[in-house]
Design a protein around this ligand. Structure first.
Ligand code: APR
Ligand code: PHB
Length: 389
């Protein structure tokens, strides 16, 4: 099989890239290791920056998001039993959209199917070949058979565990990593969210977050040890702990119900540089991971795809490789700033046993400053709603 752009991975990065290229008449084939049902069963964050919203609209998949998404004009920060509102709209004139990544993926799948796009599920890429030439190839396994996809370019949108980044020789790539000594225990439940906006809480017991997917579907998280046994957390214990960490007002109002999903996710900061290797380009989680505090993962994947789709379009339409040549540098400037913001928010709100009581007092002093200073709030707001593309 032959195509112009061979895309590995049908997460939001791969599907969005394929859709944006299609709208400019550029052909692609997406290879996805898992089944379509499996991809749709993954529950991920759901906060979209304005730039991501605009891109999804440009890709022609904005209709349901506009109908069902919730516009949030700010967030709440809770500490010492009190909640403080940070109003993005009044501070920086922008807002965010609450719309689950699963829904974004669903809308993109529908759009690719409606346009007759080729997305092969249960097709695992097993080898990346000849990226140093103008005829790179992806070897993949589909329905028990080994095949090859020849293309002009390869987009590695295959997530952190994918094959594309790992196919690069170790002396050609540099990685930066921080693994946090804790995880997030998340639950999804068919209950009314405790507040109409997200609450990020710092408590001596650890971090907590009250989020949502809709006005009838709540998503909550608590910080737990990285190796925590989920069996030790029956639903009632999670609700009790959320009540303690989110504060008395939330505890009194919080609707409890059975969890319909419960899992523990590790927290990691990770960046691979560069993001281009000959004719292969990495995008999304394949190149970088942020801890979920601040919800930047999906938005960074979207901004990579913004730069990559424009660069490929420029190559095919204007015969210019300038934007492809600066792809990696352009992406990384934005990625490092989002890494910094996610790391800062993680540090501000989580319990770090190794920093002791002094570390805890520093967090409280910074939170007190944040609650009282419009400049500090504006810095948070500017980053949360998304730095310019
Ligand atoms: N061959 C084919 N597909 C593969 C392979 C492979 N060898 N390895 C991985 N994949 C697929 C995975 O099954 C997955 O569906 O690549 C896809 C990568 O998708 P995501 O992990 O969703 O990554 P991305 O599209 O970059 O989206 C980033 O997802 O993990 C969150 O926080 C992250 O929200 C962010 C978003
Ligand atoms: C979520 O709703 O899953 C969510 C929201 C905000 C975050 C992380 C996760 O910072």
């Amino acid at each position: 099989m032959r195509t112009q752009v061979g895309i590995v991975g049908a997460g939001p990065a791969g599907l969005l890239l394929s859709q944006l290229l299609h709208l400019q008449g550029i052909a692609s084939v997406v290879l996805e290791h898992r089944s379509q049902e499996y991809v749709l069963s993954r529950i991920r964050a759901g906060v979209l920056e304005q730039g991501t919203v605009t891109m999804l609209e440009k890709a022609g998949v904005g209709a349901r998001m506009r109908r069902e998404g919730l516009v949030h004009e700010g967030i709440e920060i809770a500490f010492k039993g009190e909640r403080h509102h940070v109003n993005f709209q009044s501070l920086v004139g922008s807002s965010v959209m609450i719309y689950g990544q699963t829904e974004v993926t669903h809308d993109l799948m529908d759009a690719r199917q409606a346009a007759g796009g080729t997305v092969l599920y249960e097709a695992e890429a097993i080898g990346i070949e000849d990226i140093g030439t103008d005829k790179p190839r992806i070897r993949y396994r589909h329905r028990g058979e080994e095949k090859e996809l020849e293309c002009d370019f390869i987009a590695g949108c295959d997530g952190y565990h994918g094959v594309c980044r790992r196919s690069v020789a170790s002396d050609k790539i540099k990685t930066y990593e921080r693994v946090y000594p804790f995880g997030w225990l998340g639950i999804l439940s068919r209950t009314v969210p405790v507040s109409h906006e997200l609450i990020y809480a710092r408590h001596d017991n650890g971090f907590a977050l009250a989020s949502m997917r809709s006005m009838a579907l709540s998503r909550y998280y608590i910080q737990v040890a990285a190796d925590e046994d989920i069996e030790k957390w029956p639903d009632e214990k999670i609700w009790d702990e959320l009540g303690v960490r989110l504060g008395p007002e939330a505890a009194a109002k919080m609707e409890r119900g059975p969890s319909i999903e419960k899992s523990i996710a590790p927290l990691r900061s990770f960046v691979a540089t560069p993001m281009r290797f000959g004719r292969m380009f990495l995008a999304g989680d394949a190149a970088h991971i942020v801890p979920p505090t601040g919800a930047k993962g999906l938005n960074l994947a979207a901004s990579d795809v913004h730069y990559l789709s424009n660069a490929l379009i420029e190559h095919y339409k204007q015969n210019s490789s300038r934007s492809l040549d600066i792809y990696s540098e352009r992406c990384l400037r934005r990625i490092w700033k989002a890494e910094r913001f996610s790391w800062w928010m993680t540090g501000l709100l989580h319990r770090f046993p190794e920093t002791g009581e002094f570390g805890g007092m520093m967090q409280l002093a910074e939170l007190d400053y944040l609650a009282s200073s419009k400049s500090a709030q504006a810095a948070l707001a500017e980053n949360y709603v998304g730095l310019p593309l």
